[in-house]
Structures are given as structure tokens and as C-alpha cells.
Design a protein around this ligand. Structure first.
Ligand SMILES: NC(=O)c1ccc[n+]([C@@H]2O[C@H](COP(=O)([O-])OP(=O)(O)OC[C@H]3O[C@@H](n4cnc5c(N)ncnc54)[C@H](O)[C@@H]3O)[C@@H](O)[C@H]2O)c1
Length: 592
């Protein structure tokens, strides 16, 4: 099929066709066209002059030709002159267009709302004289034609934004309407060698399984199930995750991801959403009460309601902040995460934990607020610094040890390439093989996390296994005043609990050795300063994850067999620490 309009506006004079046309076209990124202007351009004079010189029948003949040409050749928003529907030929064309999935919107308005506009307008030949009386007559005569051709009737005597929003909703929810919903200017989503234009399907029409190049979908079950989509170039998936009710979207991003945020904003607007961008500080700087308050202010000033949404783009710091703001605005609005670090994909963005830091510590203020969906676009990882990528691998390895040995095998088989992430030359990127490995690692890790948090959102039982290596890890992060990356600290913490389990008689030597060999092969640290035990022990006792004074650790009885060790003998703890202590204080600390 050739070009045809995305939407056609019909209605009486002064119903607001021009304003609605321009606003819709701007919102959807489309061209606009008005058949009255086409007739004027062809004649080189005004409609009023054609009426005066040639009479109405001549104008109607030119109008019929202009409408037929525009219906067959314009691919944006089209507004028809008020009397165009008088022609049976035109009504037939509109009916055929509507039957074919086209959208014809009747902008309905009552006399009360047009009175002022008509009085101020001297360009409409049919309203000369007592304009309002003439307008009532025209409307009475034509209403049935407007209603006959319309696929949607919208009242326009109200703010134009509301009118436009109703039309956009109609475009989104109408049955298959080729070319009817979006702009064609937003690119496409590639699915296994073929290209599916965003213009071809409305968000609601996209089947649940549709995802970009070989993308996989993991469902997190629980009271509010949601999908985590893992793949590349997934932007086309976002509207489906946001759902039908959302009108406004706040896109939150750190400075490094400005271009990505802009691409997301454009895509959202092309799908009919109102999108606003909010840049927040980088990394942990974003997780503060001040930054949260800034975002609440933006939401308030932009009239965000409970049916609007936030989209986060960034690492775990950004997803934690955006999730927290979504959890607290109007007691909870939808959030979709677009994590762009490995850590955020496999951990922070999945599971519904959100939070900010205070002067008293990290993540002390927060809420459980599961997202409406998560898009793990693996292509974004290619700009990630090596150390950030490797730090994320620590959580992947953790997942392997607690629940999925295939993850460990994949890391062992590809350690050198994984550890060299991001060190490729200009214009180069990871090999296809490495991309496949990373995709599988992310998918497997997300699958484990989805299963665990699906059963235990609030960390009352099973979810605790995800803290493997974290008790000492948190204490090291604190001791290092957060100069160490989280993954590096967790890496040391995992070797510590492996040694603890071995000394407690629960874990074989070879599994402990496997911890060291895998983590070391990735360039992750496995030792920490010998002179810091007392400090670390104190921090672990104060950790919010401990219960009262009783220290508890997640340990392994084998790969994939986590259990708890409660209140271990202090001598045992110290002995385990001796196994991971570096000989000279500070000599082997690696600030990854
Ligand atoms: N909610 C949870 O369940 C959970 C779990 C684990 C960690 N977290 C939190 O996650 C945070 C750590 O996450 P993180 O390691 O992703 O840190 P981060 O968000 O600070 O990101 C690390 C750095 O990478 C940059 N970056 C992000 N994406 C990039 C990309 N695609 N290309 C280039 N640079 C990019 C960021 O700008 C930042 O400088 C911590 O605040 C931690 O508390 C939360």
C-alpha cells in the first residue's frame, strides 16, 4: 500500500481542526496537510476568492480532487475543509480508508464554543452575515455526514492537549491500522534478520514475545508480574511495557547517557506519549534526598498523575533513584528500567528494591516497588568501562555459585575475553561469540533473580541467598568509603564465606579454589587488608541485614546449594578472614 494519512480530521468550521492538526503532527513527528490550503495553493488565491469568482460548485469540485489526492499521497495528519463531507465521492473514499484501518476523527463542537471564533473570523465565505446562525444551520445539515465517516468523535470545546491525547489513545488502541500510530521517523526494531517498522504495530498489538534480535523474555512472578527483556536494540519494546494508560513519561538519566535519553524521548513522543527528560548527577551522587526532591518537583510541575510513569536509563544508582521516586510519587507510579550497566541488568533493576543514601549510610531510605518492566539492551554495555563491566561480573559469578553452575562454566570458558571487555580498538567491539556469551550470562542471571524475588519480594527468606558474599562485601565498601566498586567488595566477600564454609566443614576445597580461580581470572580481588578485621567485624554487626547481634552468613554446601550459617564462632570467622588477608596492610587492595 502507498502513502496514506495516519489520521484524517473532519468537522465544521471553527471546530479547531488547524490547531489540533498542528499539535498532533508535532507530537507524533508527522507532516500536516490541509486540503483548503491545497486548493488555495493550486489556485494561487484564497478559498473566499474562489467562492466569490467561481461559486461554491467549482470550489467543491476542486476540493474533491484535493481530498482524493491527499488521501492517496499524504502520510501524516490531514485536515479536510468543513464541507468536504458533502461530496458522496469523498465520503466513499473516507469510508474505504476507515474500513482499511484508517482513523477519521470528527472534531465535534457546540455553538457556544465557536461563537467567539466565528465573530473574529472574516475569511469563511459560508459564515458571512450572521455567522453563528449560519454555523448552526451548516452543522445541523452536516452532522450526520461527519458521524457517518468518523471512526472517532471527539469534543473540542476543551483544552487542546486533552483533545490530542484522546486522538492519540484512539490511534494506539484501534485495531490493526497500518501506518496509523506512529511516525515512521523513529527507526525500527530488528528481529532476527528482518526489520519491523515501529509504524506497523501499535504498542498493544505487539505480541508479548516480540523482541529485538534474538531477545529473550523472563517473567518475574509475584503480586505484580513483569517482564525483563534481554536483547539488543530494544527501544521498540518500551511502549508495550509502559501500557495503555500512561500519558506522560519522565525519562531520568545521568549526564553520560544524554544521547540515549534523547533517543528514548523521541521514540516515546513518536508513540504519542508526552516525554520529559530529567538529568540527574552521575553514580552515587544521584542517590540523595535532594535529587529525589528535584524529581518530585519536576513531576509536580508537569502534572504527573498516578497513571503516568518514569523511565530510568542508567546504572544501578539511576535505577535505584528513579525507582524510589516512582515508589513515592502519589504513593506509587509505574517505572520501567532501562539498565545500562551489567550490575544494573543482573541485579539492581530487577527485584523491586529501590533506595537513596543519607549521611547515615547507603540505601537506608527506600521502598520495595517492582517495576512495570525492564529492558536490558545489551548494546548499551559496549560503551561501559572495563572496570564497571568486570565489577558487574562479580554478581554474575555470585549467581552462578548460588544457583546456576552453567554460569560458572561460561565464565571459565571465556574469562580472558570477558576480563578484557572494552579494551578493543576504535570502531571495534566485542566478537559475536562474546556478545552471545554475555547475552546468556545476563539471561541466566536474570532468570535466577526473577525466580528468587518472585517467591520472596521482601527478603523474608529465600531472597537472602542473593546476599552471598555481601555481608563482608558491604563492610569492605564502608571501610573503603565506597571508593571500591560494589562488585570488587563482593568478590572478596565471596571468597571469605567460601573459606568460612570450608572451615565449618560444609564445603569442599575444590569449590573454594574455584571461587579464587574464577574471580582472579576476571581481575577481581580476592584478598583484603589483614589489619582491618576488627573494623570489618564491627561493621558487619551493625549491618542492617544482620538480625540483632547474631551474625548470619549465606554459605554454600556445594555449587547451587546455599544455606545459612547463624552466629558462627568468632574464632572461626577470624580464621576465615586470615585465609583472605593480604600479607602487608594495603599492599594488595585493588580499588577496582
Ligand atoms: N536495588 C538493588 O537491588 C540493587 C542491587 C545492587 C546494586 N544496587 C545499587 O546499584 C548501584 C551500583 O550500580 P552500578 O554499578 O550500575 O553503578 P552506577 O549507576 O553508579 O554506574 C556506574 C558508572 O557507569 C556509568 N554508566 C552507566 N551506563 C553506562 C554505559 N552504558 N556506558 C558507559 N558508562 C555507563 C555511570 O554513569 C556511572 O558512572 C549502587 O548504588 C547500589 O547500591 C542496587
Amino acid at each position: 500500500m502507498g502513502a496514506r494519512p495516519v489520521v484524517v480530521l473532519v468537522g465544521p468550521p471553527a471546530s479547531g481542526k488547524t490547531t489540533v492538526m498542528q499539535r498532533l503532527a508535532a507530537l507524533l513527528g508527522l507532516d500536516s496537510r490541509d486540503t483548503d490550503h491545497d486548493v488555495e495553493a493550486a489556485a494561487g488565491t484564497t478559498v473566499a476568492a474562489i467562492f466569490a469568482e467561481h461559486g461554491e460548485p467549482e470550489f467543491r469540485a476542486r476540493e474533491r480532487a484535493a481530498v482524493a489526492a491527499a488521501l492517496a499521497g499524504h502520510d501524516g495528519v490531514l485536515a479536510l475543509g468543513g464541507g468536504a463531507v458533502l461530496a458522496a465521492e469523498t465520503r466513499e473514499l473516507l469510508a474505504a480508508y476507515g474500513r482499511d484501518g484508517g482513523a477519521v476523527v470528527f472534531l465535534d463542537v457546540d455553538a457556544e464554543h465557536v461563537a467567539e471564533r466565528i465573530a473574529a473570523d472574516t475569511t469563511r465565505p459560508l459564515l458571512a452575515g450572521d455567522g453563528l446562525v449560519r454555523w448552526r444551520d451548516l452543522m445541523a445539515a452536516r452532522r450526520a455526514w461527519y458521524e457517518e465517516v468518523a471512526t472517532l468523535q471527539v469534543a473540542t470545546g476543551r483544552p487542546v492537549d486533552a483533545v490530542v491525547a484522546e486522538i492519540v489513545e484512539h490511534l494506539r488502541t484501534a485495531p490493526a491500522r497500518e501506518g496509523a500510530t506512529t511516525t515512521g521517523t523513529t527507526g525500527s526494531t530488528t528481529t532476527e534478520g528482518s526489520s519491523v517498522s515501529d509504524t506497523e504495530q501499535t504498542p498493544q498489538e505487539q505480541p508479548a514475545e516480540r523482541a529485538g534480535a534474538g531477545a529473550r523474555r523472563v517473567t518475574v512472578t509475584g503480586d505484580q508480574p513483569y517482564d525483563v527483556v534481554v536483547g539488543s536494540h530494544l527501544l521498540g519494546e518500551l511502549p508495550a511495557l509502559l501500557g495503555e494508560r500512561v500519558t506522560r513519561v519522565l525519562v531520568v538519566h545521568p549526564p553520560t547517557l544524554e544521547a540515549s535519553a534523547e533517543a528514548v524521548r523521541e521514540d516515546l513522543e513518536a508513540h504519542g506519549y508526552q516525554a520529559i527528560i530529567a538529568q540527574v548527577p552521575d553514580a552515587e551522587e544521584a542517590k540523595s534526598a535532594q535529587v529525589a526532591a528535584f524529581l518530585w518537583q519536576v513531576l509536580g510541575q508537569s502534572d504527573f498523575t498516578r497513571s503516568d510513569a518514569i523511565v530510568s536509563i542508567g546504572g544501578g544508582a539511576t535505577t535505584d533513584l528513579a525507582g524510589f521516586v516512582a515508589a513515592t510519587w502519589l504513593r506509587g507510579i509505574a517505572v520501567v528500567h532501562l539498565p545500562t550497566t551489567l550490575l544494573a541488568m543482573v541485579d539492581a533493576a530487577v527485584g523491586g528494591k529501590t533506595g537513596i543514601n543519607t549521611a547515615e549510610g547507603k540505601n537506608l531510605v527506600g521502598a520495595f516497588h517492582p517495576p512495570a518492566g525492564v529492558l536490558c539492551d545489551l548494546a548499551t554495555l559496549e560503551s561501559l568501562a572495563r572496570f564497571d563491566f568486570v565489577a558487574g561480573l562479580a554478581e554474575v559469578v555470585k549467581t552462578g555459585f548460588i544457583a546456576d553452575e552453567r554460569i560458572l562454566e561460561l565464565v571459565e570458558e571465556n574469562a580472558a575475553e570477558l576480563a578484557a571487555w572494552g579494551t578493543w580498538g576504535p570502531g571495534e567491539g566485542p566478537s559475536d561469540h562474546l556478545r552471545g556469551v554475555v547475552a546468556e550470562l545476563v539471561e541466566r542471571s536474570v532468570t535466577v533473580k526473577a525466580r528468587v524475588v518472585g517467591e520472596d519480594l521482601k527478603e523474608s527468606g529465600l531472597r537472602e541467598i542473593l546476599n552471598y558474599g555481601h555481608t563482608l562485601g558491604h563492610a569492605i565498601e564502608l571501610a573503603e568509603r565506597y571508593a571500591w566498586r560494589h562488585g570488587a567488595a563482593v568478590s572478596v566477600g565471596m571468597v571469605f564465606v567460601a573459606e568460612l564454609a570450608r572451615l565449618a566443614g560444609k564445603l569442599d576445597d575444590d569449590v573454594v579454589d574455584r571461587h579464587r580461580s574464577i574471580l582472579t581470572s576476571l581481575g577481581l580481588p580476592v584478598t583484603y587488608r589483614g589489619d582491618r578485621w576488627d573494623q570489618l567485624l564491627g561493621a558487619m554487626r551493625r549491618d542492617k541485614k544482620s538480625r540483632g547481634d547474631l551474625l548470619r552468613f549465606v554459605i554454600l554446601e556445594g555449587v547451587g546449594r546455599p544455606t545459612r550459617l547463624e552466629g558462627p564462632d568468632p574464632a572461626l570467622l577470624q580464621a576465615a578472614y586470615a585465609e583472605i588477608s593480604s600479607a602487608a596492610p594495603g599492599a594488595r587492595t585493588i580499588s577496582l
